[in-house]
Ligand binder design. Structure first.
Ligand code: NAI
Length: 329
């Protein structure tokens, strides 16, 4: 099977090369899939995509025209693919359902701890020779209430870490995880309750029509003043304009973001010496109490190995009998 991998970077290519076996002929491009780059897939039966790509309705039509029948995503999330359209065209799509939930959960904790204990500011001050502690006061996590939105694989890993810190955990998820209740003494409640009662809120649900802008003015207003808000899930779950207003008003004490709603034009690229056109992002980045990372939650060796292995397994299964167990329905 001839495969083109879009959005391949120096950080993931060696893992894919190491994992490759079977009768796969793989070519790579660092370009993201969009209306203009769909043509690169001409003559390839399979393509592999990652979060910077955009497999919208019209892009999928082009891909089908060029001969693409299989798409293996190198991610858990599949919000950047129009699955309904792919199904209608008969293009099979598979994801990597699990790789390392710890990678993202631990990154969420990293953002939380760096914000709470003012690690970035402390480092900057020290480098300038200012060893005063006056601006660096944080709070104990022990005994605080942590709200978790989505207790699937990543949310559960995050809950266990927070339980280890001695936090009370509130969660909201339409699918309650009984085992997690036993393990962490977590209580399921409504989104409203989580917002009202948590000192820290961390988002771990998928982006879909129901969760788009789930965090907006109305629930930012409900939150405890000074709450630390963490989002490592998807940017569009949060209304960024409303988040900026909540930060300005001090409702939100600090925000740790690994994702941003318009990240596709910024993240994963080199913008040194370029003016960023995204005004909203420029404002967000300017807050001293906002810590942004460029969608690197998944970026551990263990996760990259699993992503590469599962992607190759998906293609080999399709090449062998046209069926992969990770196909998205
Ligand atoms: P998962 O499918 O195991 O868990 C998602 C959970 O969210 C499920 O329990 C589901 O019932 C729950 N959920 C769905 N709708 C909800 C709603 N309206 N309110 C509350 N909960 C809801 O997925 P997993 O592996 O835990 O990943 C979660 C998300 O993390 C992915 O969808 C992806 O967007 C994001 N992610 C981010 C990465 C990064 O590098 N920053 C890497 C991997 C995933």
């Amino acid at each position: 099977m001839k495969i083109l991998m879009y959005s391949i970077y120096a950080f993931d290519k060696p893992f894919i090369e190491n994992a490759t076996h079977g009768k796969l002929e793989i070519e790579y491009t660092n370009q993201a899939l969009n209306e203009d780059t769909a043509k690169l897939a001409e003559g390839f039966e399979g393509i592999s995509l990652f979060t910077p790509d955009n497999a919208s309705d019209s892009v999928l039509e082009k891909l089908y025209f060029y001969g693409v029948r299989y798409i293996a995503l190198r991610s858990v999330g599949y919000d950047y693919v129009d699955l309904k359209k792919a199904r209608a065209l008969g293009i099979k799509v598979a994801n990597v359902p699990t790789y390392s939930p710890y990678s993202v959960a631990e990154h969420a904790v990293t953002l939380l701890m760096a914000l709470n204990r003012k690690i970035i500011l402390g480092q900057k001050l020290m480098q300038m020779g200012d060893y005063r502690l006056d601006h660096l006061v944080g709070f104990d996590l022990h005994g605080k209430t942590v709200g978790i939105i989505g207790t699937g694989k990543i949310g559960a890993a995050f809950a266990k870490i927070m339980h280890g810190f001695g936090c009370q955990i509130l969660a909201c998820d339409p699918q309650e995880n009984e085992e997690l209740i036993q393990q962490t003494n977590l209580s399921y409640t409504t989104l409203e309750d989580v917002c009202k009662n948590s000192d820290v809120i961390s988002v771990h649900c998928p982006l879909n029509p129901e969760t788009k802008y789930m965090f907006n003015k109305s629930n930012f207003m409900l939150m405890k003043k000074g709450v630390i808000f963490i989002n490592t899930a998807r940017g569009t779950i949060v209304n960024t304009e409303d988040l900026i207003d909540a930060l300005k008003m001090g409702n939100i004490g600090a925000a740790g973001l690994d994702v941003y709603e318009k990240e596709k034009t910024i993240f994963f690229g080199n913008h040194i010496n370029k003016k960023l056109e995204d005004h909203l992002y420029t404002i967000l980045r300017s807050f001293p109490n906002v810590l942004i990372t460029g969608h690197q939650g998944f970026l551990t060796k263990e996760a990259l190995e699993r992503i590469a292995q599962t992607t190759i397994v998906n293609f080999n299964a399709w090449a062998y009998n046209g069926l992969s167990k990770n196909e998205l329905k």
